[in-house]
Design a protein around this ligand. Structure first.
Ligand SMILES: [Zn+2]
Length: 429
């Protein structure tokens, strides 16, 4: 136990920290410590900070206003990480950046044209190699091995329909049969955006069902030559997480975090300077409270590129550590809009919903099809219990308007208080 406090004292102090920012204070019968059945010990409350929304807003202004747009790999992202490391060190954490690199596929657009005919609107199939090819178009069913075997694809561009097997398999099968390019047409109206999931063998695009069926129909009577061009670029991006640790005495670990990167299009005040700043504030309160569990404050890089930083962090955890984590709290987009949604491990969601009621909040439960959008997913995959806080109604989402002045202090405070209540409840485990 840090700072020479007994467990009961710590609980009382934690409770005070939570109540200090509550308005109105919780009725005594509903306070979490009531269940402990022990009188509060001496409470040097003056040394325990309350959740300070002004501090959170100042951090948001610094990250999204002073530093601004901070996509993975940028100088701004490095500056933000260094600032966060410095802040966490001041709070008494052992903090450092955790560097990582990843491969980024940059789609610069694709074109498909019938030679001597009209252009066809096409989307790059992500991970397709860049390049231009020209050849006869040949229909190859669904692109299954039996389909490509029945069509002569050598030196041709394969036209295959979406469905039955993955895009990767379709492209692989067609290329193995000699195709120099692949066009996948949708099996429902309109076009779509697909991904191969690994570098593909030949240029590949998707087109709409309407265009695809028209081309397939034409091929029954005509020879069609097409030109297919995929413009894309693959870059190695160097980025970093912020990893901060404060030892505990219980043998258990609680992780608090969120991503600090933004999309390239805007400064990411709500998404996600808000979650980063609240994490920092929780880190401050808990460090001063003698929290019994080891605390890890992890601020993730490259979330917007596909949850890259959190995947990297989880990859570095050994099995013994993973088993010691009792909760990972992920705060992402929590400062704009009235509605609050909670997702993740059922037991933690239940706990948070119950505690929210004490605070006069009515969070919604995330449906499982919405639960996959942020960093906690990488923890859940490793069976680490996780709780996701998210507000779904930001009109400035992923735009240049996601600025600090649009973040609502009252919304920040609600989430801060709820997260604090959850952390207090977890302190008794
Ligand atoms: Zn986000």
């Amino acid at each position: 136990m840090g700072k020479g406090l007994l467990q009961t004292e710590v609980l009382a102090i934690l409770l005070l920290a939570g109540v200090a920012c509550a308005q109105p204070p919780l009725p005594a019968a509903q306070t979490p410590t009531a269940a402990v059945g022990q009188p509060p010990g001496p409470t040097p409350a003056s040394t325990i900070p309350a959740f300070d929304t002004d501090r959170v807003m100042a951090t948001i202004r610094f990250l999204a206003g002073e530093i601004g747009t901070r996509p993975a790999g940028s100088e701004a992202s490095r500056r933000a990480a260094e600032h966060l490391v410095a802040q966490l060190r001041v709070l008494g954490y052992r903090a450092e950046t955790q560097p990582f690199t990843f491969r980024e596929y940059v789609d610069r657009g694709s074109e498909l044209r019938v030679v001597g005919g009209r252009p066809v609107s096409a989307n790059t199939l992500r991970d397709s190699p860049a390049g231009s090819v020209r050849g006869l178009l040949a229909a190859a069913g669904l692109g299954r091995p039996e389909d490509v075997a029945a069509a002569d694809l050598r030196g041709k561009v394969a036209l295959v329909q979406r469905g039955a097997i993955t895009f990767r398999e379709k492209v692989r099968n067609a290329a193995a049969a000699g195709a120099v390019g692949v066009v996948v047409y949708n099996n429902q109206p309109g076009n779509f955006r697909g991904t191969l999931g690994e570098p593909g063998p030949v240029p590949a695009v998707s087109i709409s069902q309407e265009d695809g069926t028209a081309l397939a129909e034409q091929l029954k009577s005509d020879r069609l030559e097409v030109e297919l061009a995929v413009r894309a670029e693959v870059r190695q991006v160097a980025d970093q997480n912020v990893v901060a640790v404060r030892p505990g005495t219980s043998g258990r670990v609680v992780i608090i975090g969120g991503h600090y990167d933004s999309v390239p299009d805007g400064p990411g005040a709500n998404d996600n300077a808000s979650g980063t700043a609240i994490s920092l504030e929780l880190a401050r309160i808990l460090a001063a409270s003698g929290y019994p569990h080891e605390l890890r404050v992890i601020l993730f890089g490259a979330e917007e590129n596909g949850l890259i930083g959190s995947a990297e962090y989880v990859r570095t955890l050994d099995e013994e550590t993973k088993r010691r984590v009792i909760a990972m709290l992920n705060l992402d987009m929590v400062g704009v809009g009235e509605r609050l949604r909670l997702g993740g491990s059922l037991e933690l969601v239940n706990l948070a919903v119950e505690l929210a009621a004490n605070l006069g909040l009515r969070p919604e439960r995330l449906s499982s099809d919405q639960a996959g959008g942020s960093d906690h997913v990488n923890f859940l995959r490793e069976n680490i219990p996780a709780l996701f806080f998210w507000r779904p109604d930001d009109p400035a989402y992923h735009t240049a308007s996601d600025r600090p002045e649009n973040v609502e202090p009252a919304r920040v405070e609600e989430v801060g208080r709820l997260a604090m209540a959850v952390l207090e409840a977890l302190a008794r485990r």
